[in-house]
Design a protein around this ligand. Sequence first.
Ligand SMILES: Nc1ncnc2c1ncn2[C@@H]1O[C@H](COP(=O)(O)OP(=O)(O)O)[C@@H](O)[C@H]1O
Ligand SMILES: [Mg+2]
Length: 283
Amino acid sequence: MIEFKNVSYSYNDSIGDNAAAVKDINLKINKGEFIGVAGHTGSGKTTVAQILAGLIKPCGGTILVDGIEYSDYKAAARVLRSKVGIVFQYPEHQLFEETVYRDIAFGPKNKGLSEEETDKCVRRSAALAHLKEELFEKSPFELSGGQKRRVAIAGVLATEPEVLILDEPAAGLDPSGRERLWGELHKIRKEQNTTIILISHSMEDLAQNAERIIVLNNGEKYKDDTVSNIFSDAALLKKCGLEIPEITKVIKLLNDGGMNIPENIFDITKLSDVICQRLGATL
Ligand SMILES: Nc1ncnc2c1ncn2[C@@H]1O[C@H](COP(=O)(O)OP(=O)(O)O)[C@@H](O)[C@H]1O
Ligand SMILES: [Mg+2]
């Protein structure tokens, strides 16, 4: 539904700039996919996300939305902004209203929904983001980091995006907070057929959740493949300064010892089941 053809972006506004943040990127985002975007710090992840969300204008290339090529960037940006919602890396930058409720209501109100429709939308989005209604009248700035992130997610969901981009959403969350967040994303995707784009420098997070991973390196698209293909190529990851997931390292060690476990397992429960099977034991 969104396609980039040779898209580039430079913060210095010069085409062909060697130091461009995003260089000649081709990619396709299809409806309902769960895509991971990986890359070390400074590789261009946030810049790509902002181009996708129609927030910054590429200095080169073409963007297609639903097969339509827009020569006028303003028209493209309008369509992208109506379809793509982005939860920024620092959710506190995204919150600005006096109360949590008003913050979430901002998008639907702006779209011209009635008070009643807005209210429904706020409650539905808050529930999807696991945000308790008792927080509605609090100031977003009184909340914990995890709660702020939920408000930011609920606020973006309230605009009913077809594509939801989350830029490093797990930063600062503890393991149980992370697990809850992943559960919510999968639920949103299932219930609304929302395309999810998860940006993370953590390979564990991407391995666990995404179906396809786009690896960025130094502003270029380095690889775009299924999770198993990406993680079976340790040399590629090393070149990009990325780690293979811990679970894959464990499987490799077990296989060196003769266990013969498929390397495309990224779920700890599934791995323990397979180990038990191999050992002929039950947990
Ligand atoms: N506002 C900005 N002004 C100038 N350069 C920037 C700005 N934001 C990012 N960059 C540069 O663009 C490149 C890509 O950054 P970014 O997209 O933020 O990468 P990532 O999200 O992968 O860390 C980096 O070299 C970074 O220093
Ligand atoms: Mg970033």
